[in-house]
Design a protein around this ligand. Sequence first.
Ligand code: EPU
Length: 345
Amino acid sequence: MLFIKEDISLASFNTFKSGGTARYFAEALSLDDIRTALSFSKKESIPFLILGEGSNILISDSGFPGLVIKITTSGIHFKTKDADTTLVTAAAGVHFDSLVSESVSRGLHGIENLSGIPGTVGAAPVQNIGAYGTEIKDTLFSVEVFDIESAKIFSLSPEECELSYRSSIFKKKKGSGLVVLSVTFLLTKTAPLLTSYRDIRTYLAEHTIENPDVSDIRRIILDIRSKKLPPLDQYGTAGSFFKNIILSRKEADILQKSFPAMPMFSLVSGEKKIPTAWILDNVCGLKGFKKDSVGLYERQPLAIVNLGGAKSLAIKEMSDFVIDSVRKKTGVILEPEVCFIGDFK
Ligand code: EPU
């Protein structure tokens, strides 16, 4: 049975802890609930918003004028394929880190570097979540979706999901009518552990850890994250607010001439990735910058933080200010990673 509530404050349903109310709000515990909620929004001719844990969105202070459908489906299923390989399927509403924790405790490798990422399993393929040298893309087996137009359920292969840096088909127009129901990962007991990311290498050296196992890696990642990223129990935040910058080799070479110390990482595509955090810190001097109740976190300037009671508009204004500062100093236009929901005009 689906309960549709009215005029529900969304501040406690997103990690920025800001924003207005939803005209209608429902928690969908099953596929039937999802179908019922979607038919309600169609019947009323109002927009809908599929919500997980709200860890990558900024909701406007005027709220959302339609139906917010919070996906709370549950269940993780492990299907052993052979001695080495297991298919792990989790419902969209599962907390992503519970999936990581359960997989790691079974000795399965592949998503341990994604430990501690807030949000649900359903949101993971939407923005191809990634951290410490791993992305969902690397272990994704399939995504089960509900197609609103045809009312059919089918599976998408990783290629069909069109995963790229913090993007997928679900962020594009052609995927906007697909609701993620569950996600399956292919994990193994023997895949090499990925320890090449600088923070992990430094940690292993500093703690003289020589042969970490998959549980050690999870523990290390959680420790690194706790020291770098704003804790959700103290701040309103969505982690990185902006994407890192990807430039063609030619564009990157031009920028490097003006900023010889700027770190640049070569991608297989031939392009170069530049850490936005480095620019905010070393070019714009914005690390720890604050205005009223909004700031750039003092240990990771890529994270915009609500220091307490900030309006979403103030967070958006901070984002605009950062984009402007980077453009003036470097010519580069930053792209937000966070999705803006509702009206910000
Ligand atoms: N840096 C600075 N000053 C700082 C912090 C970083 O100069 O205060 C520079 C350093 O050169 C550092 C580089 O930025 O080597 C990269 O920093 P970091 O390793 O912390 O990662 P990031 O590129 O800033 C990305 C993801 C994070 C993910 C980390 C770890 C994006 C937009 N962000 O951040 O993802 O946890 O790598 O892999 O790609 C998120 O998406 O919400 C998120 C937290």
